[in-house]
Design a protein around this ligand. Structure first.
Ligand SMILES: [Zn+2]
Length: 340
């Protein structure tokens, strides 16, 4: 059957691989229908993603159809449409036993640490599939991206009436925005690029935006917009160490700062800034199983409009040619979907 992999950094190729074997008792064999391309896939292609090893069949944002269920599988049946939770955790690990399999000590993400979904069929643990028969496969493939945002919002736990600032208007920042909106909070989106702010205002209807200024004057502008209080919750989705250090300046006294973007660099900030305001610093990694079902329900109820999210499409046969093109910032790719 057909598959696409990265043989090494800056390389992408179509390959032919053997069909998967029959599913184990607690597994299902699925037909992959749609695969979303994520920032970490672009990073893996470019060789900038530290967790990636090669060669790798990438793809972790999957909309799949169940073909065959293992003998012990009870919550799925052939024909079910599902979203896949791609975080393969060891259920006996310290974090998993505390209900936090999303940051399991031995976590393996499919398409990153082990081969993923850019192929026609594969076997997956049944417990990682979340049914959404009312949704299309593109919508199901989008659920994982949205779940990253949902989990970050839950970590910051904004209350109605509080102001949330999101730093970074990329796909993760916009996923965060969907759930800040649903939480009934005021949301102000920050980015260094005015064209990105314009895009998220026009395409997704983000109401309030603020351009990050090199001289830091956007902090005073935010103070002005918030009666001098700044934001109770700041969620940094940039993955940029400098932005992540400076994000403390945007948080109100007693506020919370969530890092959802990832950097391999050291983050620096003056300690008094954190101490005087008694800030809480949180990390947000991946998402929890329950997040997937909650998001599927919101999409089915029409509370999240997925239509503006999918800006580009490709296929298993054409993605090797399309992939480098999608990296061009001029194209303004929010989410590209690959039909399998
Ligand atoms: Zn992703």
């Amino acid at each position: 059957m057909r598959a696409v992999r990265f043989p090494g950094p800056q390389q992408i190729e179509n390959i032919d691989i053997p069909e998967p074997t029959a599913p184990a008792a607690d597994e299902v064999l699925v037909q992959v229908r749609q695969v979303g391309i994520c920032g970490s896939d672009y990073g893996g292609y470019l060789g900038k993603m530290p967790f990636f090893s090669y060669p790798r069949i990438w793809g972790h944002e999957l909309g799949v159809e169940v073909l065959v269920c293992g003998s012990q599988v009870t919550h799925l049946k052939p024909g079910d449409r599902c979203s896949v939770e791609p975080y393969m955790n060891n259920v006996d690990s310290f974090a998993s036993r505390r209900g936090r399999g999303n940051c399991c000590n031995d976590l393996q993400v499919i398409g990153v640490h082990r081969d993923g979904g850019m192929r026609e069929r594969l076997c997956l643990p049944a417990r990682k599939l979340h049914v959404g028969n009312a949704l299309g496969f593109e919508q199901l493939a989008l659920v994982e991206t949205l779940a990253i945002g949902y989990h970050a919002v839950q970590r910051g736990n904004p209350q109605p009436g509080e102001t949330v600032v999101i730093v970074g208007a990329g796909p993760i920042g916009l996923a965060v925005w969907e759930f800040v909106r649903l939480a009934g909070c005021r949301c102000i989106m920050l980015d260094v690029r005015p064209d990105r702010l314009e895009f998220c205002q026009q395409v997704l209807g983000v109401p309030e935006t603020l351009a990050v200024q090199p001289d830091g004057s956007h902090v005073a502008q935010l103070a002005e917009l918030t009666s001098g209080n700044l934001a109770e919750v700041v969620i940094d989705a940039t993955g940029n160490a400098r932005s992540m250090g400076q994000a403390l300046e945007l948080v109100s006294f007693t506020g919370r700062l969530v890092y959802v973007g990832i950097t391999a660099d050291t983050i620096q900030f003056p300690h008094p800034l954190m101490h005087r305001r008694e800030l809480t610093l949180l990390a947000s990694r991946n998402a929890l199983p329950g997040d997937f079902g909650a998001i599927i329900n919101w999409i089915a109820a029409g509370q999240i409009n997925t239509q503006p999210w999918i800006t580009h499409t490709s296929t298993l046969d054409t993605i090797a040619a399309d992939f480098p093109r999608f990296l061009d910032p001029q194209l303004q790719v929010l989410k590209a979907m690959v039909a399998i």
